[in-house]
Design a protein around this ligand. Structure first.
Ligand SMILES: [Fe+2]
Ligand SMILES: [Fe+2]
Length: 153
């Protein structure tokens, strides 16, 4: 690979996590437990590398970037809160399902805003070479976060 553009990379991750969140509905309790752990891990990593690499760039370079990123970071925080709530519940708890649905709805809303509002504005503000450079920084941040997981916040 090597020449991946940051928007393509993040959009691909969105698709992967969306597919994982879709399989929840047909899964039994034991499978749900493992699945939700995987989803949480993917979402946490995804949000962290966006916050490290992409969001500061958007704040600095995209018109209305601060406003867009205030909203995006607020939505990341909501997802973190939903994850914390979900992590406190056992998968056979009657509240687990609702807590997962709340996380899924919030993530889908946030992803839609990124893909329909944030990424198009980023494309207007940065040329392909810049998007590829951000892509390689994103890949580095991802590799690093895989090797050295941070303690939960
Ligand atoms: Fe995000
Ligand atoms: Fe994202």
């Amino acid at each position: 690979m090597g020449q991946a553009n940051v928007i393509d990379m993040l959009t691909e991750e969105h698709k992967q996590v969306d597919a994982m969140m879709d399989t929840y509905d047909g899964a039994d309790v034991e499978r749900r437990d493992r699945l939700v752990h995987e989803i949480i891990e993917s979402l946490t990593k995804h949000a962290r590398i966006e916050e490290q690499v992409l969001y500061p760039f958007i704040r600095a370079e995209v018109p209305d970037g601060d406003q867009l990123m205030d909203e995006a970071e607020r939505e990341h925080q909501e997802a973190k809160d939903a994850i914390a709530k979900l992590s406190d519940l056992s998968p056979d708890d009657p509240a687990f399902d609702g807590a997962f649905q709340a996380l899924r709805d919030g993530v889908r809303h946030h992803v839609e805003e990124e893909e329909t509002e944030v990424f198009p504005k980023l494309t207007q503000a940065a040329d392909e070479a810049k998007l590829v450079e951000l892509g390689s920084r994103l890949a580095q941040a991802k590799a690093l976060s895989t090797r050295m997981p941070r303690p939960p916040e």
